[in-house]
Design a protein around this ligand. Structure first.
Ligand SMILES: NC(=O)c1ccc[n+]([C@@H]2O[C@H](COP(=O)([O-])OP(=O)(O)OC[C@H]3O[C@@H](n4cnc5c(N)ncnc54)[C@H](O)[C@@H]3O)[C@@H](O)[C@H]2O)c1
Length: 364
């Protein structure tokens, strides 16, 4: 039985992510959504089908910020309004669960970090890999010493996911928008800061920005890493597939994970123990994020396992740095814009693909 009254929250930005938060919070005994704001009336029409008639649905963000009954805001617009929203959250004393990135430039993100560090609101960022059971399991196994000293971190995320020009225009190239999660999880495993790096990218389908990037380098503590990320993985194949894994190589053993977006498989090969664990993948792990944040509010201390604003800013900063490094090297082009048009048409019109945004009337 719930022992605390429900936390009253508002959602600003009701696209793909906003709807995921709503669905998660509607399932939970911890949360009550009082208001939803989106500048697009079509998004509010979708929300209207999911919430009770007394939920405020508005295109005016001020209605939500100024509502004294709301104590928590979910910020899930695109990055161009994030800094303004986070500053307003501090002014109106609303705690926040915010989407990444925390601004549309690294300067904005550091301004946000500074603002939040000097505020008394609680904030966490949706870095879902940090809340994933499989990464926590692997990290705990490594901490037992079973694989010796962690030496090599390999992370790969390649899917036939969001194509160039399909959305998220404010989030930067794909390696920034999505790749920052994998930059972050490499740093989370290393428990150290990036020291050196080299990056290689390719401009698939002659699009202006790279849509695949691989970075490798070192951390301050001597661990080496490679991160490969791209939504360039067979968008026009008859049957879609993907390749997502982490490979943690120690001086004595290894630990690895792969998934098919439904089930994650963890294989632990330690000196004295071998484990094979298969469990549901968990997608964005919003159940964990929302639960831990609700518990944090109840006790007044942010759960230390929740993704911190500083971690999100650092992940974003290094995703930008790796993109900058790739831009200094040869960046070849393969494919043409006609193929990209076919990919967009298959994804947007035929609704075939991974990570589909809501159907857009227009694409860039
Ligand atoms: N953490 C993750 O794993 C993850 C995954 C996907 C997306 N994201 C992030 O979540 C954010 C939203 O992504 P999405 O996929 O839901 O995008 P989306 O385009 O589906 O949704 C964005 C919504 O915000 C609305 N909006 C834009 N500006 C607004 C404003 N000023 N006030 C109110 N509403 C506004 C839009 O109308 C749209 O409905 C992005 O910043 C993205 O980077 C994070």
């Amino acid at each position: 039985m719930p022992t605390h009254p429900k936390i009253k929250a508002g959602i600003i930005g009701f696209g793909r992510m906003g709807e995921m938060y709503l669905r998660q919070m509607l399932k939970s005994h911890q949360w009550e959504i009082l208001a939803i704001c989106d500048t697009d009336p079509d998004a509010l029409a979708i929300a209207a089908n999911l919430v009770s008639s007394d939920t405020i649905l508005t295109t005016d963000e001020q209605v939500v910020f100024a509502d004294p009954g709301i104590s928590v805001l979910v910020l899930s617009t695109l990055a161009d309004s994030r800094k303004r929203h986070l500053f307003k959250a501090v002014e109106h004393h609303k705690h926040v669960i915010t989407e990444k990135p925390l601004g549309s430039s690294i300067e904005e993100e550091y301004a946000v970090l500074d603002k939040l560090q000097h505020s008394n609101i609680m904030a966490t960022v949706n870095l879902p890999l940090r809340n994933a059971w499989y990464h926590k399991t692997i990290k705990e196994f490594i901490a037992t010493g079973e694989i010796g000293d962690l030496a090599i971190i390999r992370v790969c995320h390649m899917t036939p996911g969001m194509a160039p020009g399909e959305g998220h225009w404010a989030e930067g190239p794909l390696f920034h928008d999505c790749g920052m999660h994998y930059v972050d999880i490499a740093r989370w495993y290393a428990q150290s800061e990036f020291r050196t790096w080299n990056a290689q990218a390719i401009r698939m389908w002659n699009y202006e920005e790279p849509w695949w990037l691989q970075a490798h380098g070192t951390f301050e503590n001597g661990i080496v890493f490679d991160v490969t990320q791209g939504h360039v993985y067979g968008q026009l194949a008859k049957d879609l597939t993907h390749n997502g894994y982490v490979d943690l190589i120690g001086t004595k053993g290894i630990a690895r994970m792969s998934h098919d977006f439904v089930t994650a498989t963890v294989e632990l090969h330690g000196m004295t123990k071998t484990h094979l664990i298969r469990k549901p993948f968990g997608d964005k792990n919003l159940d964990v994020l929302c639960d831990l944040f609700a518990r944090s509010l109840a006790c007044g201390i942010l759960d230390p396992s929740l993704p911190a604003v500083r971690d999100a800013v650092i992940a974003s900063e290094y995703a930008w740095k790796f993109l900058e490094d790739a831009a200094r090297h040869d960046m070849p082009v393969r494919g043409d814009l006609q193929t990209l048009r076919e990919i967009r048409e298959r994804r947007n019109d035929k609704r075939i693909g991974y990570g589909l945004l809501r159907k857009r009337k227009k694409i860039r």
